[in-house]
Design a protein around this ligand. Structure first.
Ligand code: HEC
Length: 225
């Protein structure tokens, strides 16, 4: 199983999807001219998380868990105000125990995405609640169906078996222990255990990966015959 083999087919698919996405974005902008869709804030959070994963986890830990890290924990910090968060991200901190300033590196939109994400992290419930940062509702039948098709094409043949059962890898049906975020991270980064799962983060868009997650979560809700 070579993760790079199917790339050309994905590239073509991605190209088509980009066109579809652009068209549907244009359509939704028109119809939501007055009230923005709730999906906007999910998309902002998802963008904030992926930026946080690149720029901030080295010091604050995954999802700001801050265990044995140089930077402080950001989870479960209700006392941090949104203004404090924004100011710290923009200005950083000089002197002892410094944090780099991002105000001159990132544009305003990127900063707001990070502020939105950290503002969710700091809430006491966020640490426990397994609220996946998917840009759409993982229970949407259309997304599950898209994920099912992609799974059949991409994942079943390689390792996971039809409907995620009976392949070389663990079954997905009836599984309740696999959180959406964990599934996303595993698909995106791959996994290096005794049996290697290739990373798909370069071959698939985040949206496509979330559709796979929607399908896996759906499988998890099905009884194992
Ligand atoms: C080089 C390590 C480092 C990186 C990278 C870093 N931080 Fe920090 N961060 C720190 C340190 C150290 C502090 C504590 C500064 C202090 O003592 O006030 C901090 C503080 C914070 C605070 C305030 C928390 C508090 O307890 O007051 C926020 C919010 C924050 N960082 C967000 C971020 C975000 C978002 C990113 C990514 C864009 C980021 N940090 C990247 C080291 C880092």
């Amino acid at each position: 199983m070579n993760p790079t083999t199917p790339a050309p087919r994905f590239a073509a698919t991605l190209g088509r999807l980009a066109i579809v996405a652009t068209l549907s974005l244009a359509a939704s902008t028109a119809s939501f001219a007055v009230a923005p869709p709730a999906d906007d804030s999910r998309a902002q959070l998802a963008a904030g998380k992926s930026r946080f994963d690149k720029l901030c986890v080295s010091c604050h830990g995954a999802d700001g868990a801050g265990k044995d890290t140089y930077g402080p924990r950001l989870q479960n910090r209700p006392e941090l105000s949104e203004t404090q968060i924004r100011t710290r991200i923009v200005e950083g901190k000089h002197g002892d125990h410094a944090m780099p300033p991002w105000g001159s590196v990132l544009d305003a939109q990127a900063i707001e995405q990070l502020v939105a994400y950290v503002s969710v992290l700091r809430q006491p419930s966020a640490a426990q609640a397994d609220a996946p940062l998917s840009p759409f509702d993982l229970n949407e039948p259309d997304r599950i169906e898209a994920g099912r098709k992609r799974f059949a094409k991409t994942c079943a043949g390689y390792c996971h078996g039809h409907e995620g059962v009976g392949g070389r890898a663990p079954d997905f049906k009836g599984r309740t222990d696999l959180s959406a975020q964990m599934a996303f991270d595993t698909i995106f980064h791959g996994r290096m255990t005794s049996d290697v799962m290739p990373p798909w983060g370069d071959a698939l868009s985040e949206e496509q990966i979330w559709e796979l997650v929607a399908y896996l979560q759906y499988l998890g809700r099905q009884p194992l015959e």
